[in-house]
Write a protein that binds this ligand. Structure first.
Ligand code: UDP
Length: 368
């Protein structure tokens, strides 16, 4: 059997590895980019700092099958991600949690709010902001307005070009109000950064005698026939935009290098009340890279325009899902063509979810 995998990000690399390794079949994997690992691509710069070219990637999962799969290809450190938010100049923890209360309010008010929150919610409960706004108590109403305005409104408008109500609730629910003193961004059982980088991890997945890799190669340049095609590129592009273009958000990173050990106190600082960029990444924190210089990236969100920038995020809202469903229906008429990944499925997958999806595509394949 001859298989073609389009895209050498996580989704493509996982499916290529499984087909080569478990089915013993030949795989050609191509990517139009000059490098592996898609938007998880990283590299060491001249200072020895591991740079995430397309913004911070922190691996986190509670899915045992994903963890057991991925750890075969590299070791991870025990990095536990935290995000600091700059709220009108006050540096505090994001997601908004019980510690944040005491950073942004006078102590007596913070204590009153904490008590009311703990009367209403169980400890460790995560409450999406759009749900948290349905409060009857006057104090909690004020708190909900504060969190909405100071954490979500401007940041979401910068990130998505619209206010929080105009995108799927699941987007802001990723960063809930957290009734907890745990300042970590994720509570998953497994989290960390691959010690040799994501690119190396993907390289290891593709290091198999049955796998042939071609970078700088567009799908249009490849001629078959193939017994199966696994397509992780944009599904609307695959079908020549027949029903119209699916909207995406893009991101532009402005890199800066400084002649000092650290630029900021944390790997990621969000700016939910000020600045044109959404957040600043400082890369040396992830692997504890030692250098007396540092590299940061300011993250600017923008809408995706064909030929101008790259697709980063599908935009989760109903009209876009309706359009995607037309492509999905059409894809079902094709035999032996499988779509997966953020762009192939038009889904806002984290890395672990993209891997889980590739594992399940492979499982289905074995069943037929
Ligand atoms: N968000 C926000 N303020 C923040 C952090 C997140 O409004 O300080 C919202 C925003 O809409 C963002 C979403 O929550 O797009 C999800 O954030 P996450 O950090 O998960 O986004 P990612 O890292 O995937 O870009």
């Amino acid at each position: 059997m001859k298989n073609l995998v389009v895209g050498a990000g996580f989704s493509g690399a996982v499916i290529a590895n499984l087909i080569a390794n478990e089915l013993g079949e030949d795989v050609l994997i191509i990517d139009k980019k000059p490098h592996l690992a898609g938007n998880c691509h990283d590299f060491r710069d001249k200072n020895g700092i591991m740079i995430h070219k397309y913004g911070s990637h922190i691996f986190h999962t509670s899915d045992e099958s994903v963890w057991n799969f991925i750890k075969q290809f590299g070791n991870f450190n025990n990095y536990q991600h935290k995000v600091i938010g700059d709220i009108d100049g006050v540096r505090t923890s994001i997601p908004f949690n019980l510690n944040t209360l005491f950073d942004v309010f006078p102590e007596d008010l913070a204590m009153r709010l904490e008590k009311k929150l703990l009367d209403l919610f169980e400890l460790e409960k995560k409450v999406p902001i759009l749900e948290f706004q349905n409060q009857n108590d006057e104090d909690l109403k004020l708190l909900a307005n504060f969190i909405y305005e100071k954490i979500f409104l401007y940041y979401t408008t910068k990130q998505w070009g619209v206010s929080p109500e105009k995108i799927d609730n699941a987007v802001t629910a990723r960063v809930p109000v957290f009734i907890s003193k745990d300042n970590r961004y994720f509570q998953d059982k497994y989290q960390g950064i691959p010690i040799d980088g994501y690119t190396k991890l993907v390289e290891n997945m593709l290091n198999h005698p049955n796998i042939d890799l071609k970078l700088n190669t567009d799908f249009k340049e490849i001629s078959g026939p193939f017994d199966r095609i696994f397509y992780t590129g944009a599904i609307d592009e695959f079908f020549g935009y027949e029903f119209g273009q699916l909207p995406y958000r893009s991101v532009n990173f402005k890199f800066e290098e400084y002649d000092k050990e650290f630029y900021q106190e944390n790997a990621v600082v969000n700016y939910p009340t000020s600045e044109d960029f959404t957040r600043i990444h400082e890369y040396k924190y992830y692997l504890g890279d030692k250098s007396n210089r540092t590299v940061i990236a300011k993250e600017f969100s923008e809408s995706f325009e064909l030929g101008k920038n790259e697709r980063f995020y599908p935009i989760p809202k109903k009209e876009n899902f309706d359009l995607y469903n037309k492509y999905l229906e059409k894809s079902k008429t094709l035999k032996n063509v499988y779509f997966l990944g953020r762009l192939g499925d038009y889904k806002y997958y984290d890395m672990d979810k993209a891997i889980a999806r590739a594992l399940s595509v492979f499982k289905e394949l074995k069943c037929v």
